[in-house]
Each structure stands twice: as structure tokens, then as C-alpha cells.
Design a protein around this ligand. Structure first.
Ligand code: CTP
Ligand code: MG
Length: 431
């Protein structure tokens, strides 16, 4: 059996504040909830043990009755040991994870588990990118060669009998379980961690974490299966909309793709759209590139109506028609997180779409409707060419690639995600 032990027994003294950092709210959920979810979603993790301070025990137990809750100790080492003692008979692999690392991904768990097939102890680590210096009393005493230096993270994985023995026979002061096993002279393996899997240590790290929850850099790696899905697309004749339509039709979905025949500034949508939909995609948008001083009230209204107000109508349609759940996906813009010159109203409408997504995702949970917003980068579309004639098209994203990535969020359990798509080919040098 494979067990995950999530260490949440610390006080978070460097972070400060009343509430230990692992219980602080990050984008609507506790910091520790993220790691719990990551382990819950991994099919090879069969049991989860949560190590928490005494005054949090009742609340966490109430929320996670399916997991084992044990009390933390005075030190991290004691907390780890308490977790080990709660492992059921037959535990083979055990993974310790800091509750203060919310962005643990599936692949990192997988790498750790697989490495334990051939090792007794496995650390996850990333290459040190800064030069590491050793300093005593303000004087540099050593500068190890960076090539061999890594930063250790968690999870740290062990064969159960080995780590239990290490805890019971090695008595050095350590905040790290790997060190105990190394002390026994047992070789410890290192596998790749992830830059996103950083630990929230000081309050600055929470700001970083808030940004990461917005960016959600990880794309969902899942084969697209759209066969027989009933899909409604608004804005289906635009660059991204038509790429979506094409891709869905190639995957044998039943697509209804609407363009200018629907006036999205109305107060209702036609009754003919009240049908059972599995997926509704809102990809309609107008882009007006003008200085704010030159925009008319009519222009404000047009942008807000098509880009934002229509999203309310479409959300209402989803509620009415997705009786057995479904996916409501908005296509936003990179301008939603960065307003730019001559894009004021457009950027404001797209930013609002992100918040609308987050609110709806929470409210629609009970209806089984997943709501996500995908913000594509500058994309090679007719709308883009009209607004930026003469732009180097090599720096624009391929609408087919963008469509593929949008569709990944039209199946599966993700909801409330704001995904800012980025493609390496678009990184450019500012001249
Ligand atoms: N931890 C634990 N029990 C302890 C101490 C730490 O379970 N007695 C956990 C923390 O909750 C955290 C992880 O170990 O998830 C990593 O430790 P660290 O970042 O040092 O957290 P704290 O010890 O809480 O913070 P600080 O050192 O700033 O007080
Ligand atoms: Mg600590």
C-alpha cells in the first residue's frame, strides 16, 4: 500500500500571523487543501494521513472524515514520526509532503513513487539557479560549485520499514527525513521536483502563490474525447471559434456554432437554444483599439455587451439546459490580467470574465457544471490582423493549438480555473 503523509503540524513562525500558514486561505481554499487534493487525485495513493496541531484536529476531521488525522509534534521530525505510526499494516511506500507546498502536481508524485521501485529513499529536488554561498559573521566562508547543487523539496518518499527504522535508531537534529536515512549509510535517490512546488515560508510567498493560482501553468494532460458530445459555441465564426468548431467536428462532436446570427446584446437568447448541451463555449468578443478619450458610450456598451454581459446570458442558458452537469468555458484574453494602452474597455471586460468564472464555478458546483476561463495569448486571427496590421505572424499563437488547449478544459473535473496559455515560440526580445 502507498501512503501519503501531509505534514501540517507546524506553527509557521516565519510566516507570522494568528493562523498557521497551511490553514491560511489561498484563492478560496486552505493552503493544505491543495496538497490533499493532489494526492486524492493520484490513483496509486491509497491512504492519506493528515498531521495537524491539536486545536485544528476537530475542524479537519469534520472536513476530511475519509482521511486519518493525527496530532503533530513539537518538531517536524516528531510530526513525521506520528504520521508513520498511523500507517496501516502492509504500508510499503510512504510519501511525506509539506502542507505548505500547495502546487504539488501529478507528475512529481508519480516520479517519486516510480523511483521507490528501485530505491529505499527518494528526494524531489530542482537545480539551484542562484549561486549558493556559505556565510559566517558576514564573511563568505565557502562557495560550492553550483553544477552539483540542488534545492530539496517534498514529497520525500521512502520504503516504509527503512524510514521507520531511521526514525527509531538515528538521533540527529533534523527537519528533513532524507537526512535520517542518509545517516544510516543507505543511498538516497533524487528525482526532478518542480519550480511551482515551492514552500510558503514567509508572507511574501503567499503573494507568489496567489499569482500561481491565477496562472495555473499546468495544462491538463488528457486525451480529448469529444465523440457524441453536444457542443454549443458562441463566436464560432471568429478565428479561435472556427478552430474550435473544426477540431470538435474532427472529433465527431455534435457542434452548433453560432456567429453574427445571434445578437448577444439582447436580454434573452432564442428558445431554440434550450436543448441538452454537454459543453457550452463562449468565444464571442469584440476588440476596439482606441484611446479612452476617443471612445463613445456606444462603443463602451458594445464591448461590454458582447464580451461580458453576454457571458451572463450564456451562464443562464447553461443553468437552464445542463440538468446533468456539463462544462461552461469562457475564452478570455491575456489583457484580462494586464490592461494596455488603447484597450481600456476591452481589458476591463475580459478581467471581469475571470472573476465571473471564479464566482460561477463555486455557485455551479451543486449543479455539476464546471466553469473555466482560458486566456489565449496573441493569436493568429482575423480580429488580431485588423487591429494590428503588419504584425509578425510568427509571434502569434496558432489558433488550432489554442483550440486544442481550450478543449482540454471541456472535460474532466477542473472548475474555477483561469488558465493563461503561453507558448514558448512567442517569447520575444524587447527592442
Ligand atoms: N511541520 C509539522 N510539525 C512541526 C513543524 C513543521 O508538521 N512541528 C510542517 C509544517 O506545517 C510545514 C512543513 O512541516 O507544512 C514544513 O515546515 P516549515 O516550513 O518549517 O513550517 P513551520 O515549522 O510551521 O514554519 P516555521 O519554521 O517558520 O515556524
Ligand atoms: Mg519549521
Amino acid at each position: 500500500m502507498n501512503v501519503a503523509i501531509i505534514l501540517a503540524g507546524g506553527k509557521g513562525e516565519r510566516f507570522g500571523g494568528e493562523v498557521p500558514k497551511q490553514f491560511v486561505v489561498l484563492h478560496g481554499r486552505r493552503v493544505m487543501d491543495y496538497a490533499i487534493k493532489a494526492f486524492e487525485q493520484h490513483p496509486d495513493i491509497e491512504k492519506i494521513i493528515l498531521v495537524v496541531p491539536a486545536n485544528w484536529q476537530a475542524e479537519i476531521l469534520h472536513e476530511y472524515p475519509e482521511h486519518t488525522i493525527v496530532l503533530g509534534g513539537q518538531t517536524r521530525r516528531e510530526s513525521s514520526y506520528n504520521g508513520l505510526l498511523a500507517c496501516p499494516p502492509g504500508t510499503e511506500k510512504v510519501l511525506f509532503h509539506d502542507a505548505a507546498r500547495p502546487f504539488l502536481d501529478y507528475d512529481t508524485i508519480q516520479r517519486t513513487l516510480v523511483a521507490l521501485d528501485t530505491a529505499d529513499a527518494v528526494d524531489t529536488a530542482i537545480p539551484a539557479t542562484d549561486t549558493i554561498i556559505e556565510v559566517k559573521d558576514g564573511i563568505i566562508t565557502d562557495m560550492p560549485v553550483r553544477d552539483n547543487l540542488f534545492q530539496g523539496q517534498t514529497p520525500q518518499g521512502f520504503r516504509y520499514d527503512i524510514i521507520l527504522k531511521a526514525h527509531e535508531t538515528v538521533f540527529i537534529d533534523t527537519t528533513d527525513d532524507i537526512r535520517l536515512v542518509r545517516e544510516m549509510g543507505i543511498p538516497c535517490k533524487s528525482v526532478a521536483g518542480s519550480h511551482f512546488n515551492f514552500k510558503i515560508t514567509s508572507s511574501n510567498d503567499l503573494y507568489m502563490a496567489e499569482r500561481v493560482t491565477q496562472v495555473s501553468a499546468k495544462k491538463v494532460a488528457r486525451p480529448l474525447d469529444m465523440e457524441g458530445k453536444r457542443v454549443l459555441i458562441f463566436g464560432g465564426t471568429g478565428g479561435i471559434g472556427s478552430a474550435l468548431t473544426k477540431r470538435l467536428q474532427a472529433g465527431d462532436a455534435l457542434v452548433t456554432s453560432l456567429g453574427s446570427e445571434i445578437d448577444l446584446a439582447q436580454n434573452t437568447l432564442p428558445d431554440s437554444l434550450i436543448k441538452d448541451w454537454d459543453i457550452i463555449i463562449h468565444s464571442a468578443g469584440v476588440f476596439i483599439k482606441e484611446p479612452f478619450s476617443e471612445l463613445s458610450v456606444e462603443a463602451w456598451d458594445e464591448v461590454m455587451n458582447v464580451n461580458l454581459r453576454s457571458a451572463f446570458l450564456v451562464a443562464q442558458l447553461a443553468l437552464k439546459t445542463m440538468k446533468n452537469g456539463g462544462w461552461l468555458t469562457f475564452v478570455g484574453s491575456s489583457s484580462s490580467h494586464r490592461g494596455r494602452t488603447s484597450q481600456s474597455v476591452y481589458a476591463a471586460s475580459k478581467a471581469a470574465l475571470n472573476n465571473l468564472t471564479q464566482s460561477l464555478a463555486e455557485e455551479f458546483l451543486d449543479y455539476g457544471i464546471c466553469v473555466n476561463c482560458i486566456n489565449p495569448p496573441r493569436t493568429d486571427t482575423p480580429m488580431r490582423h485588423r487591429a494590428f496590421p503588419g504584425e509578425n505572424r510568427e509571434l502569434l499563437a496558432d489558433p488550432n493549438q489554442v483550440a486544442e488547449d481550450i478543449l482540454r478544459y471541456c472535460s474532466g473535473p477542473e472548475t474555477g480555473h483561469i488558465v493563461n496559455l503561453k507558448y514558448e515560440s512567442q517569447f520575444r526580445v524587447k527592442r
